[in-house]
Ligand binder design. Structure first.
Ligand code: NAD
Length: 340
């Protein structure tokens, strides 16, 4: 198949070209949105990433250009209007799991770095400042961690934190028996928020989870709580979080994702003036650590993403896409809504 890749970087080309044997791949650097959709003319499929915008307008244009397949080279699909894709008979596929270890391990990295302020200690030592004032942390042992979303990534986070001797609380619309076996105690979201020393988010961004952590949820949390989001930026109301940081209600914030990340992440903007004042305000807090959507970024994950995406494209041609890799409005919107 002729596939147009959007939002590509050098590493995408390397991993996809290594694994590709039978498809005709063209790599474009721009994001896919309504203004760049004409680039897809003459292609039967597009391959997109987390910050491409496949809204109704973009999908209409893709359909008019003859695109039949959207292959997401990621797990999340919140950037695709699934109803519009269905109307245009465009099939949407994704890579539901490529390395949950990559994201779970990065989550632990954020927790440890924030707690022991490793990012501040690194700079102090380089400047010959060996004073410890302000660097005091806490033992993870015996602390209570609330895991919101206990699927593939949340389960591994639970497994890693169990190794630290943490008490684990879980909240999920579908509890995971493997987590229960690990000792995760499932509770209501409000009870998790009230009891946790650390809250870590691993649920998808869907209409019911948009701004799951808003000012009301923040009020329910313990003073000094640590909040970690390696899932999707829209799970958090950033303005409410900034207020909670200013009031010292929130003790630590670790983010790998940000609601408006599409204008920032994955680009070198070190010579630009960043226009997003909300993001810049976040960077002023000493107890905030942000990485630019890199939790997935391991050799193993990139290799698995390339292989599964190419397999999905081949399977689309033969009508054999595995059910777990198909993303449909029926499965993720209508069914999810009726389950609420
Ligand atoms: P998964 O589907 O295995 O698990 C998600 C879990 O969330 C499921 O158990 C589901 O039941 C639960 N859930 C759904 N709606 C919920 C709700 N309203 N409240 C609570 N729980 C709910 O997904 P995963 O592979 O574990 O990935 C989790 C998220 O991580 C993805 O949605 C994606 O957005 C994000 N992600 C981020 C990166 C990164 O690089 N930062 C990489 C991969 C995935």
């Amino acid at each position: 198949m002729k596939i147009a890749f959007f939002s590509t970087k050098a590493y995408d080309r390397v991993f996809f070209q290594q694994s590709n044997q039978q498809h005709d791949l063209t790599f474009f650097e721009p994001h896919l949105d309504a203004s760049t959709a004409p680039l897809a003319q003459g292609f039967t499929g597009v391959c997109v990433f987390v910050n491409d915008q496949l809204d109704a307008d973009t999908l209409t244009q893709l359909a008019n250009h003859g695109v039949e397949l959207v292959a997401l080279r990621c797990a999340g699909f919140n950037n695709v209007d699934l109803e519009a894709a269905e109307q245009h008979q465009i099939t949407v596929v994704r890579v539901p799991a490529y390395s949950p270890y990559a994201v779970a391990e990065h989550t632990l990295g954020l927790i440890l770095a924030l707690n022991r302020q490793i990012y501040r200690a690194y700079n102090r030592v380089r400047e010959g400042n060996f004073a410890l004032g302000g660097l005091i942390g806490f033992d993870l042992h015996q602390k209570t961690v609330g895991i919101v979303g206990t699927g593939k990534i949340g389960e591994i986070v639970a497994r890693l934190l169990a190794g630290f001797g943490c008490h684990l609380l879980g909240y999920d619309v579908n509890p995971n028996p493997d987590c229960e076996a690990l000792g995760v105690q499932y509770v209501e979201l409000d009870d998790l928020l009230a009891a946790a020393d650390i809250v870590t988010l691993h649920c998808p961004l869907v209409p019911t989870t948009y701004h799951l952590i808003d000012s009301i949820a923040l009020q329910k949390m313990k003073p000094g709580v640590m909040l970690i989001n390696t899932s999707r930026g829209g799970l958090i109301d950033t303005e409410a979080v900034i207020m909670a940081l200013k009031e010292r209600k929130l003790g630590y914030l670790g983010l790998d994702v940000y609601e408006q990340e599409g204008d920032l992440f994955f680009e070198d903007l070190s010579n630009e003036v960043i226009q997003d004042d909300t993001f810049q305000r976040l960077l002023t807090f000493p107890n905030v650590l942000i990485t630019g959507h890199q939790a997935f970024f391991t050799q193993e994950a990139l290799s698995n993403i390339a292989q599964t995406t190419l397999d999905n494209i081949t399977a689309f041609e033969t009508g054999t896409v595995p059910e777990k890799n198909l993303v449909t409005a029926e499965k993720f919107l209508r069914h999810a809504q009726s389950a609420q």
